[in-house]
Write a protein that binds this ligand. Structure first.
Ligand SMILES: [Zn+2]
Length: 112
């Protein structure tokens, strides 16, 4: 490990830089969004199949949203339209999940 400030994405063959908001996961924004979207999507799929979503899954989803919102400022700065629309898609997906959960009496443990 060198003491350089620039960190690169942990995904193989990806040379994108990791924005400050995503340092904890060590992934670039594109890969973070891909992973978050895949998780949100599979959670939504579970809902549609009538499966319950556990509190742990909900918690990471909302944690992801928090990170996404933090990363938004970076994206706004670069004016990357593709990333911006990806973020909107992710937020919409999580909003749908939220809606679903609210109507199916699934409760996150911290909302007691
Ligand atoms: Zn990457």
């Amino acid at each position: 490990m060198t003491a350089t400030e620039t960190r690169h994405c942990r995904i193989a063959d990806c040379i994108a830089e990791v924005p400050p908001a995503l340092r904890a996961g060590a992934v670039c924004l594109d890969h973070f969004l891909d992973e978050a979207f895949a998780r949100a999507d599979s959670a939504l799929e579970k809902c549609r199949c009538g499966e319950l979503i556990d509190a742990g899954t909900l918690e990471w989803l909302f944690a992801d949203v928090q990170i996404t919102l933090n990363a938004l400022s970076e994206v706004a700065r670069t004016r990357d339209l593709a990333q911006q629309s990806k973020i909107l898609e992710l937020l919409l997906c999580v909003a749908n999940l939220n809606e679903y959960v609210a109507h199916h009496s699934v409760q996150a443990s911290h909302l007691s």
